[in-house]
Ligand binder design. Structure first.
Ligand code: ADP
Length: 403
């Protein structure tokens, strides 16, 4: 009998990423990317066995239209009947969910209630679930929240120092994101180190376009750098990360901007892009900095300095550090960012082996600190889709199929 398949959907406000995963091997059999949804230019690209094909979504340019096209593509390859469950990446589960959940009407209502916490992402996630229910009727749907892993943070880590009434009335607290990535990377790092996860005080830096850092103790998140929204913390591609909240009143009073414009500026025009005035893309900035571009140099310097400060602060959350793990597009590939960041952390005993740092790129995982050096520094490529597929198989009740 052919192995059962899980469809993983990750819906953004104008995009849909899909992956069909063989749970037994973990292999992605087919993937798709729907872009510019909601516009006349909406398009979907399918990838299978290294080949790509594209189709416009003119008729129905929404998430449901994209899932409909995906179903047709699956039928073309005879894969549709093997899909047994659908896993959805959900941006925000609020305080309600500390683990993934089988979706029913009550869960849908809860996710809708979380829309004010993630006004761009949760409506798209909900549309993805509705689209899956329409095109794959009868199949179980599972929600995997980016926030749930961080629900173990202690009160001292998630509480903002603002009046209690506001915190209670608006669920105003730190939530953290990238939890699905952390849940994949942490056990993988423990496996590489050959120790039980519970015995490792681990700091994971997930560095992609969005970036966050998490402290893990006894296998649980005890602090993380993103907060109420994903803007808090590290310098990111276009997000500023930590900034004096006084910036809002200053810029609205003196720069002629309204609150929405300041928000847009801090989320979409800041970070690496804002400092460099060149690009939000780390790789492009590294090339430009090598060629003498001053903005690119400064952007990377501010990013790595902030990151190093955060790593040191996470040692407080963990009560020490046994392992520092890099993941995400930058963390997995940029030896320069890793080396520069760790160079600030010599006083914590963190060091990098130049050869290992060179080798552990482009999908290679492993230890990049010198042999026997403690704490260890590691690179672990993340695989959020696999984690979602795993949770989905488990909650849909056929984990015994997993090899
Ligand atoms: P997202 O958060 O959108 O999923 P990714 O995890 O794919 O992002 O990370 C994208 C970032 O990774 C970009 O800044 C990109 O420049 C960076 N990146 C990818 N490969 C390299 C590389 N070889 N060197 C430096 N940065 C890289």
């Amino acid at each position: 009998m052919s192995n059962q398949l899980i469809l993983v959907l990750n819906c953004g406000s104008s995009s849909l990423k899909g992956a069909v995963i063989d749970r037994k091997s973990g292999k992605v059999l087919l993937s798709c990317l729907g872009e510019r949804l909601g516009t006349p230019e909406a398009i979907i690209t399918f990838s299978k066995d290294g080949k790509k094909c594209q189709a416009p979504l003119a008729g129905r340019n929404c998430h449901a239209g994209a899932v409909g096209m995906l179903l047709k593509e699956l039928e073309k390859h005879g894969l549709h009947d093997r899909i047994k469950a659908i896993g959805h990446r959900i941006a925000h589960g609020g305080e309600k969910y500390n683990e993934s959940v089988l979706i029913d009407q009550a869960v849908m209502d809860e996710l809708k209630a979380c829309i004010p916490l993630a006004p761009l992402h949760n409506p798209a996630n909900i549309n993805g679930i509705l689209a899956a229910q329409e095109h794959f009727p009868g199949l179980p749907n599972v929600g995997v929240m980016d926030t749930s892993f961080h629900q173990t943070m202690p009160e001292r880590a998630y509480t903002y120092a603002v009046p209690r009434e506001l915190r209670k009335k608006y669920a105003f607290r730190r939530y953290g994101f990238h939890g699905t990535s952390m849940r994949y990377v942490a056990p993988e790092a423990a496996r590489i180190l050959g120790k039980p996860l519970e015995d490792i005080r681990m700091i994971i830096a997930h560095l992609g376009n969005g970036a966050s850092i998490t402290a893990i103790k006894n296998g649980k998140s005890v602090d993380t750098s993103m907060g109420f929204t994903p803007i808090e913390g590290l310098v990111m591609g276009t997000r500023c990360g930590d900034i004096d909240p006084g910036v809002y009143s200053y810029l609205t009073s003196h720069a002629g901007l309204d609150v929405a414009q300041v928000d847009e500026m801090l989320n979409k025009k800041s970070g690496l892009l804002g400092i460099s005035e060149l690009s939000n893309d780390c790789r492009s900035l590294e090339i430009a900095a090598d060629e003498g571009h001053e903005g690119a140099r400064l952007a990377l310097e501010v990013m790595t300095y902030r990151l190093a400060k955060y790593i040191a602060s996470m040692a407080v959350a963990c009560g020490g550090v046994d392992a520092l793990v890099f993941t995400g597009g930058i963390g997995e590939n940029s030896r320069n960012i890793r080396a520069k960041t760790v160079s600030y952390l010599d006083f914590l005993g963190l060091h990098i082996d130049t050869k290992a740092n060179m080798e552990k790129r482009y999908g290679n995982s492993g230890i990049i600190s010198p042999t026997g050096s403690s704490p260890a520094v590691l690179v672990v490529p993340t695989n959020e889709e696999l984690m979602i597929a795993h949770d989905t198989a488990q909650l849909a009740g056929f984990l015994e199929e997993v090899g």
